[in-house]
Ligand binder design. Structure first.
Ligand SMILES: Cc1ncc(COP(=O)(O)O)c(C=O)c1O
Length: 461
């Protein structure tokens, strides 16, 4: 921050209050209350305008800052690249763009092409457009429908919301684009079929096949899924789900689009991507948040060669290629930051740390569940975890969202930032969310768990 401004934080607060429209925020209370300004970050911690330290258990609020704050080597790499060349449209290549694509593809067997863009929503839109163009090129436009799942989220643009399974997020923003069709969610805790384990997973996948058959397989071009649903309640897939999903896609020649915007680049531990835990072979993989940990805006729509080949079949046809551009997909800061981000994860063994610390944190959340009957279910993978709060364990009635929010607010007052699902599923904004940076230590996790424990006692007794 500029020195003069730093001396006068009140002016910053006033400027913010007067002119900034915050994301996901009802501004009325800020007419009298003070907006929160995050001024500085280091490692797992951030400081606000009052100098108050917070342990960030949500990687920048929305599962993004995977390698933690204050990474000088990323800043230096971005600076060096910006001085050399900040930008040229993506119709040309760039040095970091080529280097990062090679590195990324080396982590994604079966995939081969990286289309650069600059947000998760936009990366998903690229995949949707590719699916639509394939439908026109191959099937006279008929095989154009895109299936999406109840509770999944794919972004904030009207196209991505048309593919959005979170009704509260979508309310008041319609009408949406045609050609997107919903399939049931796979959350076993809120079971839709009287089965369990692998049988449940296969049944939840069979529900997708039922939708395909009802719509007509010759009208369905793609299926878009989060590997582990994030904002819809941290939903890990049941056993048996993914193999059956893959089988169904192959059976009806439906392209499989995996949205790794949250899971991607280490968040789930051991593997670079969430889908790699389940042996899935996708046609599209989209990613954003953790790709450069928020040090620069970058997102990617990655495809396999089969998809790529469909866009260079007939050189004599002026309409044959992917006629799309993302202006800021040509910014070089993104891939320059992403290269360093990936190098840090490798050099510091953060995939392994995420697995070990994720297992530890899951155990600690289970211990909290034993202590607090308000926790109905604990789930997640790696450092991507959730605890669903219920008023009654038998009926599984969700706690009022105000109570879940009170838990997060109390943690914040204690100096620990946790998340809670919000404006997502009507009546089900009741899951506490945790996604600490992949550098988290046992001490950090103990502090997060202790704050949650205290907050649960305060709110629920
Ligand atoms: C699974 C998933 N996909 C896509 C998006 C959209 O990403 P962005 O906000 O960068 O457009 C999000 C954002 O939270 C997300 O969670």
């Amino acid at each position: 921050m500029d020195g003069n401004l730093q001396n006068d934080i009140e002016k910053i607060v006033e400027a913010d209050r007067a002119h900034v429209w915050h994301h996901l925020t009802q501004h009325k209370p800020l007419e009298t209350g003070e907006p929160r300004i995050i001024v500085e970050g280091r490692g797992m911690r951030v400081w606000d305008q009052h100098g108050k330290e917070h342990l960030d258990a949500v990687s920048g609020g929305v599962w993004t800052v995977n390698v933690g704050y204050g990474r000088e080597r990323i800043a230096n790499a971005v600076r060096d690249q910006l001085i050399k060349l900040n930008y040229f449209a993506g119709s040309a290549g760039s040095v970091p763009g080529a280097q990062f694509s090679e590195k990324l593809i080396s982590k994604m067997p079966g995939m081969s092409r990286v289309y650069y863009t600059n947000s998760g929503s936009e990366a998903n839109e690229k995949a949707f457009k590719m699916v639509r163009q394939i439908a026109h090129k191959r099937y006279g436009g008929k095989k154009h429908k895109i299936l999406y799942r109840d509770r999944d989220y794919h972004g904030s643009t009207i196209g991505a919301m048309s593919c959005g399974g979170q009704d509260e997020r979508n309310a008041q923003y319609g009408p949406f684009a045609p050609g997107f069709v919903r399939v049931p969610h796979c959350l076993e805790y809120r079971a839709q079929w009287d089965l369990s384990g692998e049988e449940y997973g296969q049944r939840a996948a069979d529900a997708i096949e039922e939708v395909i058959l009802a719509e007509g397989p010759d009208t369905v071009g793609a299926l878009c899924l989060e590997p582990v649903t994030a904002g819809g309640g941290v939903i890990t897939p049941p056993e048996g789900y993914w193999p059956r999903v893959q089988e169904i896609c192959r059976k009806y020649d439906i392209l499989l689009h995996i949205d790794e915007v949250v899971c991607g680049v280490g968040r789930t531990g051991t593997h670079w991507f969430g889908y790699q835990h389940y042996g899935v072979e996708p046609d599209f993989v989209t990613m954003a948040k953790g790709v450069a940990s928020g040090y620069a805006a970058i997102a990617c729509c990655v495809t396999n060669e089969r998809v790529f080949d469909m866009f260079k079949e007939d050189m004599t046809d002026p309409m044959d290629y992917f006629r799309d551009i993302s202006t800021f997909g040509g910014c070089t800061a993104g891939p320059a930051a992403a290269l360093e981000n990936m190098a840090i994860i490798e050099e510091e063994g953060l995939l392994e740390n995420t697995t070990v610390m994720g297992d530890y944190m899951l155990d600690q959340l289970h211990a909290l569940k034993d202590k607090h009957k308000v926790i109905g279910d604990v789930r997640g993978k790696g450092l991507f975890l959730g605890a669903e709060l219920v008023a009654d364990r038998t009926s599984k009635e969700p706690v009022p969202e105000k109570h879940a929010q009170a838990v997060a607010a109390d943690c914040m007052a204690q100096g620990v930032v946790i998340g809670v699902t919000n404006r997502s599923i009507p009546g089900f904004n009741n899951t506490l969310c945790y996604s600490p940076a992949l550098i988290a230590t046992r001490d950090d996790i103990d502090q997060i768990i202790a704050a949650t424990d205290k907050a649960l006692t305060k709110v629920f007794g």
